[in-house]
Ligand binder design. Structure first.
Ligand code: 8YV
Length: 309
């Protein structure tokens, strides 16, 4: 029998778990004996879990970490690089679906569709109640935080809604027709809706804080398809409860799968369980790309989609 060389760190999605077990006889790191862990060449993980120093200590023969998902902030890439371990992610294949989710949240939270749906189901419409008037999406001012692949796809979609697009990015881009803001605060002040599409991690932690939310103001909306860590969640809850912003559409949270209790009964928020990439087509493509990275590494020691070290 060939040697077991793939371990899984964290609980994988069922289809990925099954494929890894079938093709590589992979096991979870938590079920691996020390010998298996020592021989592992590839660790597969996802954005929810990640591989950090404490895992690497148990995986002395590791050469690659294959991350299922485009965001890899839960993996300690610097520590991996220090130990000569390369990291891959699954870019591009999920860009469209995550951008679709962002646009869906913009429309839902500004127009109040989910709240109106609840009103109908409660029988309130039948009893004569209408929801309050909502906000117009077409022609609105959209501020995108993080103009990478996903941010750009969001901008392109909203351009079809005649939106005015501004953005904040680590670096100004010279290849886009959108207005750059060097500070998120200034972007928020000029936006009807602020859409977060920045990578997670320390560099973007709490980029959106109380001051940014106040700059967005009582008529402004926040949409987050990036990472919960990009927003100071306590400040967001306070801003919503105090009416200092108009609403929020959230696919990601600070401590998933926990959602602040204070948000659950509110009609000015749309709450999704981190489903930005969760379509049959995209998840299949993500699995294919993750498996291609595993296969390539085991074959020639390189990765199909390595992340910068
Ligand atoms: C999840 C995501 O990673 O790609 C990302 O960064 O946030 C999602 O696609 C995916 O659900 C795997 O956990």
């Amino acid at each position: 029998m060939t040697e077991r060389r793939v371990v899984m760190v964290g609980r994988m999605r069922a289809e990925l778990d099954a494929a890894l077990r079938e093709r590589y006889d992979a096991v979870g790191l938590d079920e691996a004996d020390p010998d298996t862990a020592a021989k592992a060449a590839v660790a597969v993980t996802s954005g929810v879990w990640g591989v950090r120093g404490e895992h690497l200590d148990r995986l002395p023969g590791l050469g690659a970490i294959v991350n299922f998902g485009v965001g890899y902030d839960s993996t300690d890439v610097a520590e991996a690089a220090r130990r000569g371990v390369a990291v891959s992610n699954t870019p591009d294949v999920l860009t469209d679906c995550v951008a679709d989710t962002a646009v869906g949240l913009v429309i839902d939270v500004m127009r109040g569709f989910s709240a109106a749906d609840r009103l109908v189901r409660r029988g309130d419409w039948a009893a004569g109640t209408m929801p309050p008037l909502a906000r117009r999406v077409s022609g609105s001012r959209v501020g995108i935080v993080g103009l990478g692949r996903i941010g750009l796809a969001i901008a392109q979609r909203l351009t079809a809604f005649d939106a005015t697009i501004g953005y904040h990015n680590r670096r100004e881009r010279t290849d886009v027709p959108y207005t750059y803001a060097a500070r998120v605060l200034d972007l928020a002040r000029e936006s009807d809706v602020l859409v977060l599409a920045a990578a997670g991690g320390e560099s973007s932690r709490h980029l959106v804080d109380a001051a940014v939310l106040d700059a967005l103001g009582p008529d402004g909306f926040l949409v987050n398809v990036a990472r919960g860590s990009v927003v100071d969640q306590d400040a967001l809850v306070a801003a919503l409860v105090q009416g200092r912003i108009a609403g929020a559409g959230l696919d990601v949270f600070a401590d998933e799968p926990h959602v602040p209790e204070a948000l659950l009964g509110r009609d000015d928020v749309v709450l999704l369980p981190h489903i930005g990439s969760a379509t049959v087509e995209t998840r299949a493509a993500m699995i294919d790309l993750a498996l291609a990275n595993v296969e390539r590494f085991l074959t020639d020691g390189t990765l199909v989609t390595p992340v910068p070290a």
